[in-house]
Design a protein around this ligand. Structure first.
Ligand code: AGP
Length: 606
């Protein structure tokens, strides 16, 4: 949600900021701006994309200190005025901000009563005015920022520069990520390592409440009480190449196509063929503790939640422990009963989703045992949990999640195997699952090879105003994820239902204008699913079936046949054609596939 970049060093800041903003644009993309310090602050900001900003940043924008921002609107419409950076009235202080200042209305009213004129509708502009006032009364920018933040209620990741201190940037974090990048006689900061990896892979993540002062020759970090903190730099595994489209037309197609390798990385070093178990050292749990849980509760948002539903099913089937998934965004607000015998699992690709992070914090506050399934190493959720499983899926840039979804499902299969094998899952069943997991990457290749056929089907179905997705039990989360992908990137209305529930209401919607995508695996529910297809077709509904073989009777208009794995693992494979269907539908409809309207990659606000 919004992107921040900051630079201080011997080079010109503007090209570095623009390049960094381009890398961050997937986090928010309705307006963008930069400010550079060179005998005063030079500002350019526009409604639109970073490419539009680059057109208005003149070549004479020199200066080795600057901050930049790409925005996803919260307070005020996307406009030139509301774009960040925001300046103080005397144009001394510039601020970029991610997050939400909850008491902005009250602070603004006080400032206006004091004669300050606001140029934007944003909550952020109050910070610029307040820091400027504090800077007049304090000897350091650091102190001015610290003092201002004491009066602020809400979440923030901020970067601040002062025209009168041309060699330093102050950054601070509370609920919105800030990463410091350590260069050779130059320093960087950003809301995501994506903006930094071209320049440095040595980074430091700020904790909530921390503030850092960056100068070209180094940095210092401080806790909220101004005590200096000691930080150990981390080396980022990913380099700039991981953030390129790699010759694909869109990041989304690249990320869909990478899944054979990404899930291989998720499994790598974790499968044991001798005892048919999964080694998950990151859980930090011995066998006795692993056996002690009586329930598993999974939380996550959006697609992460749907992969959690796949995970709950895997855990119930393989480990026979009652398990369920719930949106973290709901869980955190309902004062949940936290049970000491339950293992809580938080899922997040970015590791920064605010609702999921807040749910984890609530669980920990109440003494819950929480593990994470996270992609971004060192992210806030990864740091907050008691242990976990990293996906190692590499950076996911496209707003729609694909490879993280399937890697999360694979991580759940590993967790289910781990929990199962310390209980009653037999070695034979353990072997069946291990072998099934090993077959997945090759089978995904086979599905990807059907890309052209799926593209044709996508064109055929994309012009319908609405589509129904149905699946039973293991197929239901697959249907939900398929509908989510389609609506998210093609803007075609898509509704997902358990196939068993169709006749209890939504069948009324079925007709020639509303085709159904039906998830029909070859499992014990095959006949039930085929009956549902018959009911749909009897009402004039068209059916696109995704399954393991053509039905004998003419129950579907079109069929995508995919390879069969073990029944528990089939949902992972059934997801792939639906990703391709959504992708090609979005392309056919001319949508902005990687940056769909109104969305952002990491939702770091409530
Ligand atoms: C997925 O396609 C969505 N963009 C969205 O639902 C996403 O999965 C959700 O916001 C959670 O993100 P996270 O995994 O980074 O926490």
């Amino acid at each position: 949600m919004c992107g921040i970049v900051a630079y201080v060093g011997p080079k010109d800041a503007a090209p570095i900021l623009l390049e960094g903003l381009q890398r961050l644009e997937y986090r928010g993309y309705d307006s963008a701006g930069v400010v550079v310090s060179n005998k005063g602050l030079k500002l350019r900001k526009v409604k639109g994309r970073v490419a539009d900003l680059a057109k208005v940043v003149p070549a004479r924008f020199k200066g080795g200190l600057g901050i930049g921002h790409t925005r996803w609107a919260t307070h005020g419409v996307p406009s030139d005025e509301n774009a960040h950076p925001h300046l103080s009235a005397d144009e001394r202080i510039a601020v970029v901000h991610n997050g939400i200042i909850e008491n902005a209305g009250e602070l603004r009213a006080k400032l206006e009563a004091d004669g300050v004129t606001f140029l934007s509708e944003t909550d952020t502009e109050v910070l610029a005015h307040l820091i400027a006032r504090a800077a007049d009364e304090n000897d350091s920018l650091e102190e001015a920022v610290r003092k201002t933040l004491k009066s602020v209620v809400g979440t923030y990741g901020i970067a601040v520069i002062d025209a009168e201190r041309p060699g330093e940037v102050v950054v601070a974090r509370n609920g919105s990520p800030i990463v410091v990048g350590i260069g050779e006689k130059e320093m960087f900061a950003a809301s995501d390592v994506a903006a930094l990896v071209r320049y440095t892979r040595q980074v430091v993540h700020l904790e909530d409440g921390e503030l850092a002062v960056l100068k070209a020759d180094g940095f210092h970090t401080f806790a909220s009480d101004a005590r200096e903190t000691a930080k150990e730099p981390l080396t980022v595994d990913w380099d700039a190449g991981h953030y390129d489209t790699g010759g694909y037309e869109h990041y989304l197609l690249k990320e869909i196509s990478e899944q054979p390798e990404t899930m291989t990385r998720t499994m790598s070093g974790r499968l044991d063929e001798r005892f048919h178990v999964a080694h998950l050292g990151g859980l930090n749990m011995d066998a006795r503790e692993t056996r002690s849980f009586r329930r598993v509760k999974i939380i996550g948002c959006g697609s992460a939640y749907y992969s959690g539903q796949i995970g709950a099913q895997l855990i119930e089937e393989l480990a026979r422990i009652p398990a369920d998934a719930e949106p973290a965004s709901e869980f955190r607000y309902r004062n949940p009963v936290v049970d000491p015998d339950t293992l809580y699992v938080a899922i997040s690709q970015s590791g920064e989703t605010y609702d999921t992070l807040a749910a984890v914090q609530e669980l920990k506050r109440k003494g819950g045992r929480v593990i994470g399934i996270v992609n971004a190493v060192g992210s806030a959720i990864a740091r907050e949990v008691d242990g976990g499983i990293y996906l190692h899926a590499g950076p996911e840039v496209s707003v729609a999640s694909t490879k993280a979804f399937t890697s999360t499902s694979v991580a759940f299969a590993l967790l289910a195997l781990h929990l199962g094998r310390v209980r009653d899952l037999s070695p034979a069943d353990g072997r069946r699952v291990v072998e099934g997991l090993r077959r997945l990457p090759g089978q995904i290749e086979e599905i990807l090879a059907q890309g052209d056929k799926i593209a044709e089907l996508a064109k055929k179905y994309a012009d319908h105003p609405s589509m129904m997705f149905v699946g039973r039990v293991r197929g239901y989360p697959v249907a939900r994820e398929g509908a989510q992908k389609l609506k998210e990137i093609s803007y075609v209305h898509a509704e997902a239902y358990p196939a068993s529930e169709l006749k209890h209401g939504p069948l009324a919607l079925i007709g020639p204008d509303m085709p159904t995508v039906a998830i029909v695996p070859d499992d014990e529910l095959l006949d039930k699913n085929l009956t549902t297809l018959g009911e749909i077709r009897a009402r004039g509904g068209r059916v696109l079936m995704v399954g393991h073989r053509e039905p004998e009777a003419k129950l579907a208009d079109d069929v995508i046949v995919i390879p069969k794995n073990e029944i528990e693992l089939d949902p992972i494979l059934l997801t792939i054609p639906l990703q391709l269907l959504a992708y090609y539908a979005a392309v056919a409809l001319g949508r902005d596939v990687d940056k769909p309207r109104n969305l952002a990659k990491s939702v770091t606000v409530e």
